[in-house]
Design a protein around this ligand. Structure first.
Ligand code: TRP
Length: 356
């Protein structure tokens, strides 16, 4: 099957650090799998990373390389999929400006993900214009490639909704698409952009290895919360993290009855242990005070090392060959520019702004 017959898929990451197990279960594992059925484009969104990191540009540069190495290490195959860098696709910047005319200002301010970020990152009312613009830039990331499918986590739904609105608006204003047209018929009716499908179902959210919030809920795994196990952690680091991992605080000795629910130790076993029969049996013992935390943690260490160590071994090779990593990114970016430039030309033509 050639790429022409595969639906085009676009997704990616803001380079804020190495990828961890939360990324793996939430998206990366799925991406590796989807490569054969979709024409995949993976964006390393460094411009988006800059929206809140203009004082740490060097760090963003480093993290671009970390993310690309993680992609390659876990099995994203540059012979099949396109890995590219956002800042080197000029069409994205141009389309961001053009699309910004199609988005009412109050519509941006109503974006719940933006509101959450302003609160969670403590941005107050001092955030840059570029931060407020990033959802439009993300619309341009997606529409530059006329992507049909965008697999993302729940927090990205508002950005995807905006993408769909801009795609519909563009089709109606400039391509003569009737406003009553069903989403799946936009391209058939002459629209330039397909109305992107959000792929959510396979998304899972992983908890971190630290203690819960004051209200008892568990934090999600996140580098900034310092509760992550990275896809590049060595067996020793994994061992230390799991041994220090939060479990049931009321259980002081192996003969105490333990709680399995909401306990990271068991969430991890349920998520990663291929031997689910063992997990079920061990959970029963844990509830009845017949098995120790340490034994269960040792088992979890084995499980996680089995998963992560092959990635790390592969990654070590890339760490020693940064030229290769750079080349993958450069070649992918070149390929991405061909598609994005073609889209930009069609956009300008449709808008009567193609002069020469
Ligand atoms: N905002 C996404 C995140 O933080 C990253 C991203 C940037 C993205 N551009 C995208 C995801 C386009 C999907 C499509 O995870």
């Amino acid at each position: 099957m050639t790429n022409k017959h595969k639906p085009r898929l676009l997704t990616g990451d803001t380079p804020t650090g190495r990828l961890h197990l939360g990324h793996w279960v939430g998206s990366v594992e799925n991406r590796v799998r989807m490569q054969k059925d979709y024409d995949c484009f993976f964006i390393v969104a460094n411009v988006q990373a800059l929206t809140t990191r203009m004082d740490r540009t060097f760090e963003v540069h480093q993290n671009v390389m970390e993310v690309v190495m993680d992609y390659l290490a876990v099995g994203i195959d540059p012979a099949q999929s396109t890995i590219f860098l956002q800042s080197e696709i000029p069409a994205i910047a141009e389309l961001t400006i053009l699309f910004s005319m199609l988005v009412p200002y109050p519509r941006l301010m109503r974006n719940p993900t933006i509101k959450d970020e302003i609160r969670d990152k403590g941005l107050g009312d001092n955030y840059p214009v570029g931060f407020l613009m990033y959802p439009i830039s993300q619309v341009a990331d997606i529409l530059s490639f006329r992507a049909e499918v965008v697999p993302v986590g729940e927090d990205q739904i508002p950005h995807l909704e905006l993408t769909r609105e801009v795609a519909r608006r563009f089709g109606q204003l400039y391509c003569g698409v009737d406003p009553h047209t069903e989403d799946e018929d936009y391209v058939k009716q002459g629209g330039l952009f397909p109305i992107t499908e959000t792929k959510l179902s396979v998304m899972r959210r992983l908890v971190g290895i630290g203690p819960p919030a004051p209200d008892g809920s568990l934090y999600k795994m996140s580098k900034s919360l310092n509760n992550a196990i990275f896809l590049s952690d060595d067996p020793d680091a994994i061992k230390k993290k799991v041994m220090a991992m939060y479990t049931d605080p009321k259980r002081l000795k192996p003969t105490d009855k333990g709680t399995v629910e909401n306990n990271p130790l068991w969430i991890f076993h349920e998520t990663f242990n291929p031997d689910q029969a063992w997990v079920e049996e061990a959970e029963d013992k844990y509830r009845n005070g017949q098995i120790g935390d340490v034994e269960c943690k040792r088992k979890l260490i084995d499980v996680l090392v089995d998963l992560i160590e092959p990635f790390r071994q592969k990654r070590l090779k890339f760490e020693q060959d940064l030229h290769y990593v750079q080349k993958v990114l450069k070649d992918g970016t070149e390929k991405a520019n061909k598609v994005a430039n073609e889209t930009l030309r069609k956009v300008k033509e449709a808008m009567h702004q193609w002069f020469f």
